[in-house]
Design a protein around this ligand. Structure first.
Ligand SMILES: [Zn+2]
Length: 510
């Protein structure tokens, strides 16, 4: 094993991933993800673009303080102020990197800057030198590299390495290249850049044509030793190379690649679920490695084969990427010990009081639902793990359906009771509405004497069957605040809706 070369995993879930439409995360959520990425063993965490906003600056600073192993990196344009902000926000990290970028393709040069090539090279050198005045570890990206003329690409790569760049990243910014073309680009740079051995070659591939993982592997084959990727492949447009896919491809096909990464693959599923839960971007069930069906065998012939010998139809061991030990069903009669063991196998070790609350929820759920799957447990645990300090808690929800057809009155009424945890007071609210969810939300608004607007509402089932739990996600806005998201799961979707609404309210400054 020791003669295997390392490929560095550079995770950009918190920077490029956050640019996925609708994926914005708050400070607490970003730190939560960064801690998990650190556990997962990624070599470099691109924590954000500090010059983009004060919020980004703050989250990069916080992540630099709260992580222990990974190098913390921030993105910057070739501008003094951008570079300065990365240096300041990553200062507390043990290992830090400044990542500067500048567009180099003809189309970007012409329409974004209208500057000649010599000018672009000068700007890139200045950017790298400025970054180098703060840290040793400097990465340079010629944006849209795969659509840049090869000779110019080699020229700028040579210049930035001479200026001190220690990593040179080749981004397929628009997801345009193919595996054989990527191989050609890396080979060309190795041949035509005299100092190429003084820097690590990296790739950053987008998935617009579904080839980001294949292109990244082709680059590694040709000599790249860093892959930029995101959890669940989230990112701009069609997303980025997916970390779990590229890492498991390298691991499963060691016969072809003979490389190692530092990733603790058993943490993959947990990380995937956390990112999906926080961003609200669900993982399709047929997604490789982390999709719900990635290891499910439907055909009888396949099931029979797997039971006799797993390797007949499985090229990876599901436990190796953190799928629960077994899908053996938990139910009403399962005790604390079985519950705790299952949670540990799913990657959750809870503090005592959180464990007790989760166990209580499990018992309540097992009264309502016959079979409890791993996904149900994950949903229960994450409800606790991700809630912030509560001001209000839900005591009860009541629905009354009115059947009088003769009147023009709305057809249903909701009644809620909420406890204000700061004063201990019980708050009551009642409202009618066209639909039950609308009526419940309005009743909560009235109980709290506020008028909070629903920005988005979604509901999905956590597992299969008639008694499946429904997971509700609600985004709320109040005055001019950014939308806040609340999530809750229950067999009773109306209760889950009320709970999710209240969780989001707890995040607003009321
Ligand atoms: Zn990108």
């Amino acid at each position: 094993m020791n003669d295997q070369e390392k490929v560095k995993i550079f995770d950009t879930t918190l920077r490029d991933g956050e640019q996925s439409p609708g994926a914005s995360m708050n400070l607490k959520e970003k730190v939560e993800i960064a801690r998990q990425l650190d556990l997962l063993g990624v070599d470099i965490i691109e924590a954000g673009f500090p010059a983009a906003s004060p919020g980004d600056f703050e989250s990069v600073s916080m992540i630099a303080k709260e992580t222990e192993n990974a190098t913390i990196c921030g993105l910057a344009r070739c501008l003094d102020n951008d570079i300065q902000k990365v240096a300041e926000s990553t200062a507390a990290a043990l290992n830090k990197r400044i990542h500067v970028f500048l567009a180099t393709s003809n189309i970007h040069r012409k329409f974004k800057f209208n500057k000649p090539k010599e000018e672009i090279i000068k700007l890139a050198i200045r950017g790298v030198e400025k970054a180098k005045s703060f840290v040793d570890d400097v990465e340079f990206s010629p944006e849209d590299a795969t659509r840049t003329e090869l000779s110019f690409l080699a020229e700028i790569v040579e210049a930035v390495i001479k200026a001190g760049a220690t990593t040179v990243n080749i981004p397929d910014t628009v997801g345009y290249t193919t595996p054989s073309e990527m191989t050609g680009i890396i080979q060309y740079l190795k041949k035509n850049v005299s100092c190429i051995d003084q820097a690590i070659i990296s790739v950053h591939c987008h998935d617009d044509l579904g080839m980001s993982v294949a292109n990244s592997l082709a680059a590694v084959d040709a000599g790249a030793r860093q892959i930029e990727c995101t959890i669940n492949g989230i990112g701009e447009r069609a997303g980025n190379c997916s970390l779990e896919e590229v890492v498991m491809a390298l691991k499963t096909r060691q016969d072809l690649f003979n490389f190692q990464t530092n990733i603790m693959t058993k943490e993959i599923c947990k990380t995937s679920r956390m990112v999906s839960h926080i961003t609200g971007i669900t993982v399709p069930s047929n997604k490789a490695i982390v999709g719900a069906n990635a290891f499910a065998h439907e055909s009888g012939v396949h099931q029979d084969g797997v039971l006799k010998n797993r390797e007949t139809y499985e090229i990876m061991d599901p436990q190796d990427v953190g799928w629960g030990e077994s899908e053996l069903v938990l139910g009403k009669h399962s005790g604390r010990h079985a519950f705790e063991k299952r949670l540990i196998s799913l990657g959750y070790e809870l503090e005592k009081d959180v464990f007790e609350e989760a166990f209580h929820s499990f018992k309540v759920l097992s009264d309502k639902k016959k079979t409890i799957y791993n996904q149900d447990l994950v949903s229960i645990v994450e409800n606790f793990a991700l809630q912030s300090a509560e001001n209000f808690s839900l005591v009860s929800v009541e629905m009354n359906y009115l059947r009088e057809k003769s009147t023009s009155e709305p057809s249903l009424k909701a009644k809620v009771t909420i406890k204000d945890l700061r004063s201990g007071e019980l708050l009551l609210g009642e409202s009618s509405g066209e639909g039950p969810v609308e009526a419940i939300f309005e009743a909560i608004n009235r109980a709290l004497k506020v008028s909070v607007k629903v920005f988005s509402y979604s509901i999905k089932s956590v597992t299969e069957g008639q008694d499946a739990m429904g997971e509700v996600a609600v985004k709320l806005t109040y005055n001019d605040s950014s939308p806040k998201m609340g999530r809750a799961a229950s067999v009773d979707v109306l209760e889950a809706s009320a709970q999710a609404f209240l969780y989001a309210l707890n995040l607003l400054d009321l």
